[in-house]
Design a protein around this ligand. Structure first.
Ligand SMILES: *Cc1c(COP(=O)(O)O)cnc(C)c1O
Length: 347
């Protein structure tokens, strides 16, 4: 357990995370999976509001098409349709869902997309602890890319109504979008940041919830005095050591060229698919490539074809996507894309 003791790998990891994350995120809570780090972020927000004397602020606002994990608290802020909230009716906390922004990073931003958030907070901010979303890239809820000005505007609106901003960077963190963190595209610092997945380069299960000193001290000076969460395997030393090795690699800065190269090749090589009949959209952002089809794909059948072509791709719904490891070589990446395209073309 990590209660009342500490160790060098955890201390070093916390230092790396404070160094790498946007300015102002200075306090680290280690968790054992992404979903747990989201649960912790939600609890942090509620305990922060309690610490401020805001007793009724215990709900959340989020945007549709989001994905934040599979535990109950996290599920309650996932897209209600995609994550089948109807199955758990009565068990799930009820939150506020607003439309996701539609302007992509390549469009001119339409400020009207912020009106629903402003209206919701104007009416209900006395019941809302935080606004949670995936910055710039919505992952498992639809592989959508949206405009950084939405995030910038949302941050200002949250400040105005004393609602915290939680950025879930479990999928986007550590370089995936071309910046170390997707929040950097909007030049904002969220109040709370969740990281997971790539934190250990995928080798061990580990995640972290990182917050501002303001959030941390408000919680520790409040009645509870501590954040009410303590998973047995939090700060597992082996997982922290794996994460530190990954942080050292990231700190060489090599990832930047790797991601740029992946983005360039994805853009070049996926382009032909945009003219194909069953393809409605091809999009690339950082080291993420997406082909959107006009209809849901038959996953078991298409996966067999991918494997027969030597590649492993796991589509969902209408989306066939890849998020390759940064160390993939140009040749391997081309092999991956060509294997994928051969199957898509034959559909
Ligand atoms: C994967 C993911 C999670 C959940 O993480 P787990 O480690 O699978 O629990 C939460 N949020 C986002 C954005 C994710 O991509």
């Amino acid at each position: 357990m990590f209660g009342g003791l500490t160790h060098e790998p955890a201390i070093n990891l916390a230092k790396h995370l404070v160094d790498l994350t946007p300015e102002g995120l200075d306090r680290v809570f280690l968790a054992d999976s992404g979903s747990v780090s989201v649960e912790v972020a939600l609890k942090m927000a509620i305990q922060y509001q309690l610490g401020k004397g805001h007793l009724g602020k215990n709900k959340f606002v989020t945007i549709k098409n989001g994905y934040h994990g599979d535990t109950f608290g996290a599920m309650a802020v996932c897209d209600p349709v995609n994550s089948m909230h109807s199955l758990y009716a009565g068990m799930l906390p009820e939150n506020f869902f607003i439309e996701a922004p539609v302007s992509t990073p390549n469009d001119e931003f339409n400020p009207k997309e912020l009106e629903e958030l402003e209206d919701t907070l104007a009416c209900r901010s006395d019941t809302i602890a935080a606004f949670i979303l995936e910055p710039i890239v919505q992952g498992a809820g639809g592989m959508r890319f949206y405009h950084p000005e939405f995030l910038q505007g949302a941050k200002l609106i949250c400040e105005k109504y004393d609602v915290l901003l939680i950025a879930d960077e479990i999928a986007t963190g550590f370089g995936r979008t071309g910046k170390m963190f997707a929040c950097e595209h909007a030049e904002i610092t969220p109040d709370i940041l969740c990281v997971g997945k790539a934190i250990t380069g995928g080798y061990m299960t580990l995640a972290a919830t990182i917050c501002t000193s303001n959030v941390a001290t408000t919680i520790s000076e409040s009645r509870a005095g501590v954040l009410m969460h303590g998973p047995t395997f939090m700060g597992n030393p082996l997982a922290c050591a794996a994460a530190n090795a990954s942080m050292e690699l990231l700190k060489t800065g090599q990832w930047e060229d790797q991601v740029k190269n992946i983005e360039l090749i994805l853009k070049q090589e996926l382009k032909p698919a945009s003219n194909w009949q069953r393809v409605t959209n091809v999009r690339v952002f950082g080291a993420i490539g997406v082909i959107e089809m006009s209809e849901n794909v038959d996953v078991p059948s298409i996966q067999k074809q991918f494997v027969a072509n030597g590649v492993w791709v796991r589509p969902f719904g209408k989306l066939i996507y890849v998020m390759p490891p940064f160390v993939i070589t140009t040749n391997e990446l081309k092999q991956l894309i060509h294997g994928m395209l051969k199957v898509v073309k034959s559909l």
